[in-house]
Design a protein around this ligand. Structure first.
Ligand SMILES: O=c1[nH]c(=O)c2[nH]c(=O)[nH]c2[nH]1
Length: 283
């Protein structure tokens, strides 16, 4: 009879949707969040025999998120996530590590009182890992869509028997930025985001890879607390439409916006002196 061993595991409540209204005489504030909790610790018994003596139910975790939102409010998603992560590790002897991931959906005030408009698709993110050794905060943004109509080239690439892509000295460059930045303190989210956008705009791009490095470097330059920036940049291809069959020229004016397949350019930019590795949980 073969025996099997339990490997790494974690559990928690995923995607706890929470909308918190902070009411005030000068107008209400809205926080629209999606919170996911993952806990690690002495959880073998539950897996091996169904003994749940060490298991804080995921339902309780959900309730804790709502209760903390009421009790402590939500200043920013980083500190809310850190408060929760520290609570789960600090209050449960069987729990040794917590990861709390928060996504924040953007709403903008419409009338300065109580009406809001959901803004674009861009989402702000924060993930806090907390255990006995350290607390690590990773902030980010995803689905930040950027496009420039020129200032982008792509040439000098490898050509083999299967290459059909023409070299270009002028193209549209577009991407949907997924970025995370690991920091030691309270990295200014607005400054990091602005640095990403500014670098995308200012870089005369010879490759999206080059733009990626410029964007990561820009965040490191703007935010002293940030030690590492991870970027995942889909290349949203825009192909010139051939209008010759209709007797029309097309001097870089009419494009077909392809949604797939897309190039996916991913990379990390870090300070030379950063030796600490990110705490990565394998799932
Ligand atoms: O900026 C780019 N990088 C690539 O690696 C690549 N590959 C491709 O087909 N187009 C592009 N564009």
């Amino acid at each position: 009879m073969p025996t099997f061993a339990l490997g790494p595991n974690q559990y928690g409540k995923a995607e706890i949707r929470i909308v918190r209204v902070t009411r005030g005489p000068g107008g209400d504030e809205l926080m629209d969040l999606n919170v996911s909790v993952s806990l690690r610790g002495d959880l073998a018994a539950s897996h091996l025999t169904g003994d749940n003596g060490a298991v804080l139910p995921t339902d309780t975790q959900k309730n804790t998120v709502y209760a903390f939102a009421r009790q402590h409010g939500i200043d920013d998603i980083e500190s809310f996530a850190a408060r929760l992560a520290r609570h789960f590790v600090g209050s449960q002897p069987s729990i040794h590590g917590a990861r709390v991931h928060v996504e924040q959906y953007p709403w903008r005030p419409v009338d300065g009182r109580h009406t809001f408009r959901r803004d674009g698709g861009e989402v702000r993110t924060a993930t806090v890992h907390h255990d006995a050794e350290h607390t690590q905060v990773v902030s980010g943004v995803r689905d930040l869509v950027l496009l420039k109509t020129t200032d982008s080239e792509f040439h000098g690439f490898v050509k083999d028997a299967w290459t059909t892509l023409p070299e270009t000295r002028d193209r549209i460059l577009a991407t949907s930025v997924n970025a995370t930045w690991r920091h030691t303190g309270s990295a200014d989210h607005g400054a990091a985001r602005a640095a990403l956008v500014e670098a995308f705009a200012a870089t005369h791009s010879l490759a999206l890879q080059q733009t990626l490095f410029a964007m990561g470097s820009s965040v490191l330059a703007a935010c002293p607390d940030v030690v590492e920036v991870k970027l995942s940049l889909p290349n949203r291809h825009h192909f010139l439409v051939d209008l010759a069959p209709f007797g029309l020229d097309n001097p870089d004016e009419v494009y077909y916006a392809a949604d797939r397949p897309y190039g996916l350019i991913e990379g990390t930019v870090r300070r030379d002196d950063d030796v600490a590795e990110e705490v990565t949980w394998s799932f």
